[in-house]
Write a new protein. Structure first.
Length: 669
């Protein structure tokens, strides 16, 4: 009778599980197609490192990471025993691991089950102390921890009863044999037999219940994690997906992500993979400054939206288009509010921290596109976009005045001037960016760069009035059409002028030209000023000899550090300056805290408390003489924050300006 009951239970449980997976696949198929089947070798490597190696889980959140590592590997090992139990219930004596190896396996299993119980205790400690701020203590988390606890206890107790009955050798089962002697030593044989059956069946029921609870819980990542990590984006971090305006299907009446079918299948898989661990939100500058945005909530809301609207679409019986027409869009008061979407600085800290490689920021940018291209962007950013469109810079200055300050710089070549018809005679084009061209503080930075390059004998020229905004603010504000207009104009100009290598000191320009222009045929070698200046110092072409006796804190700009992994060159450069005492901020490198300007936010109103204030407080706590930056936006944001804080003592300077103070004018030769 037992094998028949087991067979019925197994078939029913797995059939229901398969039905749930089938429904999930149907939901994924509602999303847009996106090719993620390339570079299989690399994808397998990533699964090995990040799923089986748990690399991101342990990094930065060590206690929680070790806990998860133990539970993950515990489950991998325990699954073999579970399979044996399930199949063995139908085919008595069935074993996946034969012979003496089974004794070794049972020993490992015995220990691992105890370790998983230890991990559960660690999980409770973590959730009630360290991880409390991440709000990870929902009912779902309690149910899952309870089920795992039940699985371990029932398995160990069933084995303990088996030992007490003399049906298992206790020699290599230290945990189960301890349970046998503690709980079953004085018990009657019938009592032990009953206990064994009870715990065995209880264990089986928890296994099958757990299997079918997962698809309805945030722990569905147990089966979606591997595909989600496998299918992660392999494109450069800083590249948003372009909209193909030239091949728009006739039935499309909007752009970006407004409805479920505007997201890709991978976006929907992301939504069903989120464990709600809150690491993304824990690193989000908007969240830390009391804005309504939590990247975790964005993903969770997409999951709820997909479950709700997806069900309606799947039941539409071939009338999906008409039904979709009547459904709510996800950006809207019921799901993701506009305030949430506009609070994002595109700093990418959320994406960087997610152990499951979920792209929260990409979804936010797609929903912004929907809003902006529907004409729903309001406030000062609209004026910025208009000026970008008409004048190619965010303030609406005349294009011919870009880099007018260069008139005082003899020896700097401007493409378009007599004798400089194109860039073919120059090693580099120095891309100064709109701030370097028009903003008084930005000009000082650009002047430092230009004078250091000249002093080192770098063969470079500038585009001057031929340069225009790269389009980064337009793209991050959702105005993809304007972005593409600016990008293609610049690319055409640069290709016509035979530009090959570009020096960009603005990390936003750097990222756009390096990672996004290739999407439109702009393939240029791009170097940041901190990299080039560091190389010039290393080569002895620039010699910082004058002491700068200052404590200097360095702030990693998001688009230079997190996006493009330029962490070491700025630090090495600062350390090459005699007298400099480099101070590291607590939130640094990959975990650097945003200045609040990215994602077009520098052109928008921001309510207090502001992101730059938060970061500046951290800088002040280290009490440096100078805050070194490597980005025009960061420079502006921290200058504002210093004024707000009434701090007149601390200086905010680009690295190039600090280097310039140290390099003696006569060290060129
Ligand atoms: S998106 Fe990733 S980091 Fe954020 S809560 Fe979900 S699993 Fe955690
Ligand atoms: S990109 Fe930055 S600001 Fe935007 S949601 Fe992610 S962490 Fe928050």
């Amino acid at each position: 009778m037992k094998p028949i009951i087991m067979a019925v239970l197994i078939i029913a449980a797995f059939a229901f599980f398969a039905y749930n997976i089938y429904n999930l696949i149907k939901l994924l198929r509602l999303g847009k197609y996106e090719q993620r089947f390339d570079n299989i070798r690399e994808r397998i490597r990533l699964v090995l490192v990040y799923v089986f190696g748990q690399k991101r889980l342990v990094k930065n959140y060590t206690f929680a990471g070790i806990e998860h590592f133990m539970i993950f590997w515990g489950f991998v090992i325990i699954t073999i025993g579970t399979m044996e139990m399930l199949i063995g219930g139908v085919v008595p004596g069935f074993r996946l691991i034969p012979g003496k190896a089974h004794v070794a396996y049972e020993f490992i299993l015995d220990i691992v089950q105890l370790l998983v119980l230890v991990a559960i205790v660690m999980g409770i400690i973590n959730r009630t102390t360290i991880a409390r701020r991440r709000e990870v203590n929902g009912l779902d988390a309690v149910v899952i921890l309870g089920l795992i606890f039940g699985l371990m206890v029932t398995a160990l107790t069933a084995m303990g009863a088996k030992i007490a009955l003399g049906e298992a050798d206790p020699t290599w089962l230290p945990v189960s044999s301890t349970i046998a002697s503690v709980f079953f030593s004085g018990m009657s044989e019938s009592g032990v037999k009953f206990s064994h059956e009870f715990f065995w069946w209880f264990h089986i029921l928890i296994v099958l219940g757990f299997l079918n609870y997962l698809p309805y819980s945030k722990h569905s990542h147990v089966f979606t994690a591997i595909p989600n990590v496998f299918f992660q984006s392999l494109k450069p971090r800083g590249a948003l997906n372009p909209i193909d305006f030239e091949n728009v299907p006739d039935d499309i009446d909007h752009f970006g992500a407004g409805k479920l079918e505007d997201f890709t299948w991978k976006d929907i898989l992301d939504a069903y993979t989120c464990t709600e661990c809150g690491r993304c939100t824990d690193n989000c500058p908007a969240w830390h400054t009391e804005k309504p945005l939590s990247p975790r909530e964005i993903v969770v809301k997409l999951r709820h939206y997909a479950s709700s609207e997806g069900k309606v679409l799947l039941n539409a019986n071939g009338d999906g288009a008409a039904v979709a027409e009547g459904l709510d869009t996800i950006p809207g008061p019921k799901w993701v509010t506009e305030e949430e979407l506009w609070a994002c600085t595109s700093c990418n800290a959320c994406v960087e921290q997610c152990p499951l490689f979920i792209d929260q920021m990409g979804k936010i940018m797609e929903m912004r596109r929907f809003l902006t291209l529907e004409g729903r962007l309001t406030g000062s950013a609209v004026k910025t976009l208009q000026k970008l469109q008409t004048q190619g810079n965010p303030w609406g200055f005349s294009g011919s005045d870009r880099a007018a300050w260069l008139a005082g710089y003899e020896g700097v070549n401007v493409i378009g001037d007599e004798g400089n018809e194109d860039a073919s005679g120059f090693d580099y084009i120095y891309w100064m960016g709109c701030y370097g061209g028009y903003d008084p503080r930005g000009q000082k930075i650009a002047q430092s760069v230009v004078s250091l390059l000249t002093q080192a004998g770098v063969n470079f020229a500038v585009l001057g009035p031929l340069e225009s905004c790269t389009g980064d603010p337009a793209r991050r504000l959702g105005e993809e059409a304007l972005y593409q207009m600016l990008a293609t104009q610049n690319i055409e100009t640069m290709n016509e002028l035979k530009v090959k290598k570009v020096i960009a000191n603005c990390p936003h320009c750097f990222n756009t030209i390096k990672n996004e222009y290739p999407q439109f045929g702009g393939n240029f070698e791009v170097i940041n000023h901190t990299q080039l200046l560091n190389d010039l110092v290393r080569e002895g072409r620039l010699r910082p000899t004058k002491e700068v006796k200052e404590d200097i804190a360095y702030h990693d700009p998001c688009y230079l550090g997190r996006y493009n992994r330029i962490f070491d060159a700025p630090r090495e450069l600062l350390e090459s300056i005699p007298g400099v005492n480099l101070i590291e901020l607590d939130r640094k490198r990959e975990r650097s805290f945003c200045c609040g300007a990215g994602g077009g936010k520098i052109w928008m109103e921001e309510e207090a408390p502001r992101v730059n204030w938060n970061r500046f407080e951290e800088v002040e706590s280290k009490n440096p003489d100078t805050l070194a930056v490597a980005c025009y936006f960061c420079d502006t944001m921290f200058e504002d924050a210093a004024k707000q804080a009434g701090n007149e003592k601390m200086q905010i300077k680009d690295i190039s300006m600090i280097l310039r103070e140290s390099v003696e004018p006569d060290t060129k030769s």
